[in-house]
Design a protein around this ligand. Structure first.
Ligand SMILES: CC(C)(COP(=O)(O)OP(=O)(O)OC[C@H]1O[C@@H](n2cnc3c(N)ncnc32)[C@H](O)[C@@H]1OP(=O)(O)O)[C@@H](O)C(=O)NCCC(=O)NCCS
Length: 445
């Protein structure tokens, strides 16, 4: 696309906005699962492009493609009827003829991906990028066996993942391609579900993300609204309500839920038909899919009266050291709704307050404090971000802060030095000259 066709301002704003995500994703391991249909036109070009972008940005990628339409076509060609077991598994039953079709289909998908990712002409997404895709026998499988009286024959399940081999390839900057075929120590091949291979690989690697591109994502509630974010506990509630989701979406959520419980950092469920879904999910704040994150061990929330002992334990030493101005308990009680706290394992480890001065469209950031054991991990920044959003919600246009020790901390976050005259008039009257606090201001509205 030529720059003239883009809105330059929008482009610049978008690129800047994406920078923190680029930094956050570099060197991370993502496992991306997608169905065989995603490897066929018209969607394959977009998928290849997005894989190329992620690789150029230093993301370590494991790709797990399915091959269902490719298998179905071969079965049809040979006049074979697909067989699925009903009952508890609902899996394909793979006899020897079907296995031959699966092997053929899996190799078609693999070679298509390898070919597409090798294109190097100037107009392609791979221009200037040498992508090495490596496949191989990293999955050891065992037969599913006889279940509900049905012998699943060459349908298998994952027994082990060769993580050493995968890690070595990723460390070399290669893209790892893991097909849904596994091999048993007796030398037989087994047909596996791509979804379970992706989950097993993501768990075994301790991947930062498992991403499913699926026709059944994002998950939707009864009104058709996309479900944006779920903790495993919320996911469990959706699974327990058997009528809440269509069967295929339910199976997807079940697999995602297991992956979360198995230690995968985050699981993203994206609509495979949406062009650019991967990039929109990974490089914008709101994303476009359903995200499963582990239960928060720490919460950031509005304070209540029960938090007063915890807040006092945190701020009294800082007051004594002169970093914070003394705040009598009664004032704290009266202002408690203005406070946000970070609670970890039942203890308040960080806090701050937004005191509004609505007649002047202004708000004061007060009492910002982080427990010394927990500093340097972005908690204060997260608190300020939340207070900024609150200020916007209150229709405030300026935030100010008075600080003796943290001037540079605020300046690095967009606050600018000002003099006391810039304070709201009523606040100026309370300004303690002797304390020598620096005044800093940031526009938010
Ligand atoms: C200032 C304070 C809130 C920062 O908390 P935090 O959770 O460590 O902050 P974050 O993790 O979001 O930010 C850490 C970054 O800020 C820097 N930083 C911390 N205190 C700073 C200060 N006083 N001045 C300048 N930079 C500071 C750290 O070096 C770190 O930078 P780095 O990532 O480049 O190494 C915390 O040090 C504190 O509670 N201080 C005592 C109370 C105080 O002074 N409060 C402000 C009164 S308004």
């Amino acid at each position: 696309m030529r720059l003239a066709e883009l809105d330059p301002q929008q482009f610049t704003a978008w690129f800047r906005h994406a920078a923190p995500y680029i930094n956050a994703h570099r060197g991370r391991t993502f496992v991306i699962a997608f169905p065989g249909g995603a490897v066929e036109p018209p969607r394959v070009a977009g998928l290849i492009h997005d894989i190329a972008v992620l690789t150029s940005l230093g993301v370590q990628l494991v790709l797990v493609p399915g091959a269902r339409p490719q298998v179905e076509r071969r079965l049809q060609h040979h006049g074979l009827a697909p067989r699925y077991a009903h009952g508890s598994t609902g899996l394909r039953v793979t006899d020897a003829d079907t296995l031959a079709c699966v092997r053929d289909a899996v190799s078609e998908v693999r070679t298509t991906l390898e070919a597409q990712l090798s294109v190097g002409v100037a107009s392609s997404p791979m221009a200037g990028l040498r992508l090495r895709v490596v496949a191989g026998n990293v999955i050891t499988a065992r037969p599913v066996g006889v279940r509900d009286g049905i012998d699943h024959l060459y349908t298998g399940e994952v027994r082990r993942v060769d993580t050493d081999a995968l890690r070595q390839r990723l460390a070399h900057g290669d893209v790892a391609l893991v097909s849904p075929l596994g091999y048993s120590p007796t030398g037989e091949a087994f047909n596996l579900s791509a979804e379970s291979v992706a989950r097993s690989v993501a768990e075994a690697l301790g991947a930062d993300k498992l991403i499913h591109l699926s026709s059944h994502a994002p998950l939707r509630d009864a009104d058709g609204a996309a479900i944006r974010e779920l903790t495993p506990r919320e996911g469990r509630a959706w699974l327990d309500d058997s009528a809440a989701l269509p069967e295929a979406a339910r199976r997807l959520l079940h697999s995602a839920h297991q992956a979360c419980a198995g230690g995968v950092g985050r699981v993203h469920l994206l609509d495979r038909h949406q062009d650019g879904a991967l990039l929109l999910e990974l490089f914008t704040r709101d994303g476009v899919g359903t995200l499963l994150t582990p239960d928060p061990f720490e919460t950031l929330r509005t304070a209540g009266l029960d938090d007063i002992p915890g807040i006092l334990a945190l701020i009294r030493p800082l007051e004594a050291a002169g970093a914070l101005v003394h705040r009598p308990r009664e004032i704290l009680e009266a202002q408690i709704d203005a406070f946000t706290v970070v609670e970890r394992d039942g203890a308040v480890i960080a806090t701050s307050a937004l005191v509004p001065w609505p007649e002047e469209d202004a708000g004061e950031i007060a009492c910002l404090a982080v427990d010394p054991d927990y500093r340097g991990a972005g908690r204060a920044a997260a608190l300020i971000q939340r207070l900024e959003r609150q200020a916007l919600g209150h229709g405030l246009r300026r935030l100010f802060v008075l600080t003796t020790r943290a001037e540079h901390w605020f300046r690095e976050r967009g606050f600018e030095p000002a003099d006391a005259d810039a304070l709201p008039e009523t606040r100026r009257a309370l300004y303690d000259q002797g304390r020598g606090s620096k005044v800093l201001i940031k526009r938010v509205g």
